[in-house]
Design a protein around this ligand. Sequence first.
Ligand code: GLU
Length: 486
Amino acid sequence: MPTNKEVRVRFAPSPTGDLHVGNIRTALFDWAYARHTGGKFIFRIEDTDRERVTDEYIAAALDTLRWLGLQWDEGPEVGGPYGPYMQSQRLDIYAQWAQKFLDQGDAYYCYCSSEELEARREAQRAANVAPGYDGKCRSISPDELATFKAEGRKPVVRMRMPEGQTTFTDLIRGEVSFDHNFVPDFVLVRGDGSPLYTLAVAVDDVMMKVSHVLRGEDLLSSTPRQIRVYQAMGLTEDQYPEFAHLPFVMGQDNAKLSKRNGEVSIAWYRDAGYLPEAICNYLALLGWSPGDDREDVSREEIAQLFTVERVHSSPARFDMKKLEAINGDKIRALDLEDFLIRVLPFLQRDGIISGTPAELEVVRQALPLIQERIATLAEVTQMVKFLFVENFTVDADSAPKIADEQSQAVLSAAFDSLSALSEWNHDAIEAALRATLIEGLGLKPRIAFGGVRIAITGSHISPPLFESMELLGRERSLARVKASIA
Ligand code: GLU
């Protein structure tokens, strides 16, 4: 459906936990669509459920979006013409609309207790009819009303769903229809006066002039209810936002990814050393394609190329290995200073450095050695810690590997050869060790250098050995080889 409305797209999470892969994929597509069309990206916090939403989760949501570079044009902290953008600050607005719907006869008070509703649902199930509100309180006799009031019942406000069906064109799924036999009258306001999602989301989308609702497929079935609210608000069909429901993101096991799964929260990936640009790149490819086979897209390219037509309608599968590979590529693409800035928080967090200029210089020199060898920033700690430990000892699981007679003999020969070196640089070190261990003793490189690597770095995983020894310096290198000889 062509539209000449100004494009206004919103990301509207309910921060009842950390944002996870599925939420952020939605946020990214919302942002990309707004950027691609030159429209506005609105960030709205749906925090009416104050028992489950916390201030920490809200702060974390803002932080996550900012970290990913998905800057919003309107929303918390930046404001905008249709604020406030926190639903908890808009309760009066929802109450006014609910009252209007009551006055218009679109909505009605419902006094049914949850026990009564449950009993009737049970009966519906037994009779094999679609369960849902049966419309009992659409008309209440004055006597009944008096009784309910005398009992002190607090009514909910319920929207009247007319007979018929709701049909709309989803930009991804095409024409979608819902028969109202399966969309019973629904609650807009709870007995305590608090609004439900369906009321708040629809009112806000209208009042914030949202033109496009791109969101997860799990919300598809709430669309006919939202459209019903638009109608009660007096909108005509051409004034509804366009809908595009994004396909599910599945886990590798084919189960739906969920925000309760801490392993898929974006905060977890950040702590594990994933780059924001890698996450955006990977998530962009999760259900969308740039139009060719490329797997490397920058945030700017995503914004440039994003169209809803290229969003797939089938579920996408989250593949941790692929994310890791993309992350490794993005790490390799960093220039040295940028790489340094990104790894410092990890090294400080892990207690490897405190951040003195001298330490930074050592890290700066070590980084080119490891840039090709890591897939996440957190791996830097393991790679460089040998350069910073005071009382160095070989890891408990690596120590036995150099305790046997042959390894000890190799280490002794290496020590003698290194002690005789007049210059200390990686070429000289390599030449000396090759001459002694490979040409002299006839050892294979793995045997020759494996033990020295463990003696020097404490582990069999390390940056390239000779460069590592140069960086560590003559004195400390010789001391470590010596210490490894029993
Ligand atoms: N607040 C809803 C949620 O987090 C999404 C609202 C919407 O996109 O319509 O599930």
